[in-house]
Write a protein that binds this ligand. Sequence first.
Ligand SMILES: NC(=O)c1ccc[n+]([C@@H]2O[C@H](COP(=O)([O-])OP(=O)(O)OC[C@H]3O[C@@H](n4cnc5c(N)ncnc54)[C@H](O)[C@@H]3O)[C@@H](O)[C@H]2O)c1
Length: 334
Amino acid sequence: MKRLRTALIGCGGFANKHAQNLVAEAERFELIAFCDVVEANARRYAGQYTGGQAAVFTDFHTLFEQTPLDLAVICLPPFAHRDEVECAAARGVHILIEKPIALTSADAWRMVQAAESAGIQTQVGFMYRFGAAIERLKALIESGEAGGLGLMSARYFCNHLHADWWRKRDLSGGQLVEQVIHIVDLMRYVMGEARSVYSLQKNLFHNQMPDYTVEDVSGTLVDFANGGVGVIYASNGAIPNQWISDYHIVTQKITATFSDANHARLVFTGDRDNLRTEEIASEVDYYLLELLDLYRAICEGGTTRTPIREGARSLELALAAARSAESQAVVALS
Ligand SMILES: NC(=O)c1ccc[n+]([C@@H]2O[C@H](COP(=O)([O-])OP(=O)(O)OC[C@H]3O[C@@H](n4cnc5c(N)ncnc54)[C@H](O)[C@@H]3O)[C@@H](O)[C@H]2O)c1
């Protein structure tokens, strides 16, 4: 089995999830380098996950120059994305990149261009696409059994101060762009492409707090090209330290209630006199599945489930929602 020489760029809180899976899949991945602007973070990761064997860098340019790699796992905060995708692409290094891939559309499409013209494999960290219940519904949609798509509503509730950078709109993009983009992407995955969006975004609970400039309450309405409607409502003023993300999907022949991407109750409504119910309950680790899908694409070819172009498209929709909230107008998508 091919073992991919892997580096992790950005060794903060979330990168632990990927590091754990990379170590658990040691037959496939060899963690050989860690990079963080804070050297102590990279060194801590090297110690914890490789017993100090891996190399440590504070600048990803030096990492790419000095280390032959097959894969870079990029866990940078939104504001810190620069030319790391271009650096990887120039050397034929495949990437797993966390969302949001950038803070502007122009930056995102520059990354897509670099990756696609180099022909590297890319996966964006929208792991909910790998949830067992999402996979089941997606299969029913693709086979035609679900019938036409009507509505998807989704909730994202939390109440946490997050990192300093997260609370600043210019560094994170806001709750929708940084966090609820998971739902934006999932909606695109299920419902197709959007043609317009309208969003209300307000800071109601944290407006007395210095440097908290992102929204903490929002409602977003999406008009999909196939005629379907999307509703996303989010808050960072809900139950302290609880993350709640659930969704409802109505198609012509199925009404689905998801408590998360792995758990759903599907009611088949095609025969109204004979309703049938299917429960999906799985504990699959969708972060691991996302990584293994990338490994398969690197070793066997084909595309990943969420190539970087998908990251750019979901970012465009989230940014359009942010523009809509600013302008108080419907924003059309090209
Ligand atoms: N997929 C998910 O479920 C999920 C969950 C949480 C976070 N994330 C994403 O992961 C990314 C990181 O989030 P986090 O919570 O780990 O943030 P964090 O602030 O905990 O960690 C970021 C790390 O990047 C380092 N860094 C900053 N600039 C750098 C640079 N130029 N080069 C190298 N390192 C640099 C920081 O020093 C820090 O150690 C974000 O984009 C976030 O949205 C994804």
